[in-house]
Design a protein around this ligand. Structure first.
Ligand code: PMP
Length: 428
């Protein structure tokens, strides 16, 4: 286990000492990073509260992308000339940076994908189709994003396996006793989000991996929301697979990561065929490249991987503990401010949560609320957040959602509070 509060908090989820809790004594320990994000200079009135959808990008990431294309661009692996060899080395070092960042044992346990969605589909297609048999069970949770639900339902449909769902409590926590009952020797995989994109709940992943492994099942963790909000250590979590997207971690779109334990990746067949993923090709048979190349058919997103490594360097320069403290303070402030507005109902009041607050406002549709807020330059998200089973659980079609990141300030929270009050007055 790592030694900072932030790292421990996110890695251990509900096992941790504390995440967001009263008393609401706000130290206003603002991070001083907002100036590194050019979007706020270009849009000085923007109150950006949609980082759960995608994060804004620091200048150094934008510059890194441009620098690669300007002076380092070449295709990797197949080149015999210096520029290609250097691009290959830079791409490889990006893989090593990701491995270090998430605590993987080896760089080769990191596969570059297009994002969380593709990472999960890779596992469902490759591992799933080769391992899952009729009557096997896959357990998801009621709070999963469709990305960590649909690929498993598709797999169940095509293999004759059964999809099971661990329910969520009224507070927005995973019902762990139900989870314990659902995981049986029939379970092949538990697919769980680390941090809910709707509720902000931090799930007790370590307890889930212990439970699943005891039953002989694997665990895939959807880390799309967690990686940018505190340190993640895949070996502390004990998971078999971990998926995340670069664009929620201050990096570019179009790049993501699948972490998989080496022994599993070795066993898994490729899921896409093409250049770069083969050893030899002949009419009478094909051999595969080694892991991770076996899973990276075609030209990868080289520049985006390099810029993702730069985004990781940015996160490391801020520090996981500082990020957790800052965002916990904003979430605490937002919880207090929004709870005090008549008609606001918070969706998700888990003891351990981070960076996301979902709510409804009585008499105002979340889309209307989003529009009124937008008029004041406040960007939130309204809708089902790709989590329809969870919406059904709470008897809702949609919620409004504000989400925080390193560049947000208490003033942003206050602007949100005022905006909601304005909407309330307009619609009353
Ligand atoms: N899982 C969760 C929890 C998410 O919040 C998201 C993005 N909203 C995804 C998966 C999918 O990520 P991407 O669209 O980058 O593949």
């Amino acid at each position: 286990m790592k030694n900072s509060v932030g790292e421990t908090t996110l890695a251990k989820g509900a096992d941790a000492e504390t995440s967001v809790q009263p008393p609401h004594v706000l130290t206003r320990s603002r991070l001083d990073v907002r100036d590194q994000f050019p979007i706020f200079a270009i849009h000085p009135n923007l109150v950006y509260l949609d980082s759960a959808a995608t994060s804004q990008k620091p200048q150094r990431v934008i510059d890194r992308l441009a620098r690669f294309y300007a002076g380092e661009n070449a295709n990797i692996h197949r080149g015999v000339y210096a520029l290609s060899a250097e691009a290959t080395a830079t791409y490889d070092s990006a893989r090593a940076a990701v491995a270090r960042f998430i605590g993987a044992a080896l760089p080769d346990e990191v596969i570059f994908t297009r994002g969380t969605t593709e990472s999960i589909n890779l596992v469902a297609q490759s591992w799933g189709r080769s391992v899952v048999k009729p009557g096997d069970e896959i357990v998801v949770t009621e709070m999963e994003h469709h990305s960590n639900w649909v690929p498993w339902q598709m797999l169940a449909d095509s293999t004759g396996a059964v999809l099971r769902m661990a329910p969520v409590t009224e507070a927005g926590e995973l019902d762990m006793s139900a989870m314990a009952r659902l995981v049986t020797p029939r379970t092949r995989l538990v697919a769980v989000t680390h941090l809910s994109n709707v509720l902000g709940t931090i799930n007790p992943v370590r307890r889930i991996t212990d439970l699943a492994h005891a039953a002989g099942a694997l665990v895939l963790v959807d880390g799309a929301q967690s990686v940018a909000h505190g340190a993640v250590d895949v070996r502390d979590l004990g998971c078999d697979f971990f998926a995340f997207s670069g664009h929620k971690l201050f990096g570019p779109t179009g790049i993501g990561v699948l972490y998989g334990r080496e022994a599993l990746l070795e066993e898994m067949p490729p899921w896409q065929g093409g250049g770069g993923m083969i050893g030899t090709v002949a009419l009478d048979g094909i051999t595969w490249a080694e892991v991770p190349m076996k899973f990276e058919a075609g030209t990868p997103a080289v520049a985006d991987a390099v810029a993702l490594a730069e985004a990781i360097a940015f996160v490391e320069s801020v520090g996981a503990e500082a990020i957790v403290t800052h965002e916990a303070e904003l979430l605490s402030l937002a919880t207090e401010r929004l709870s005090a507005i008549p008609g606001v109902r918070l969706i998700g009041t888990a003891a351990h949560r981070a960076s996301v607050i979902s709510f409804t406002l009585e008499g105002v549709h979340p889309h209307d609320l989003g529009t009124v807020l937008d008029e004041a330059g406040i960007a939130i998200r309204a809708g089902h957040h790709c989590a329809q089973p969870l919406m059904r659980r709470f008897g809702l079609a949609a919620t409004a959602r504000a989400s925080f990141s390193v560049y947000n300030t208490p003033d942003d929270v206050e602007a949100l509070g005022r905006g909601i009050e304005r909407a309330r007055a307009l619609f009353s």
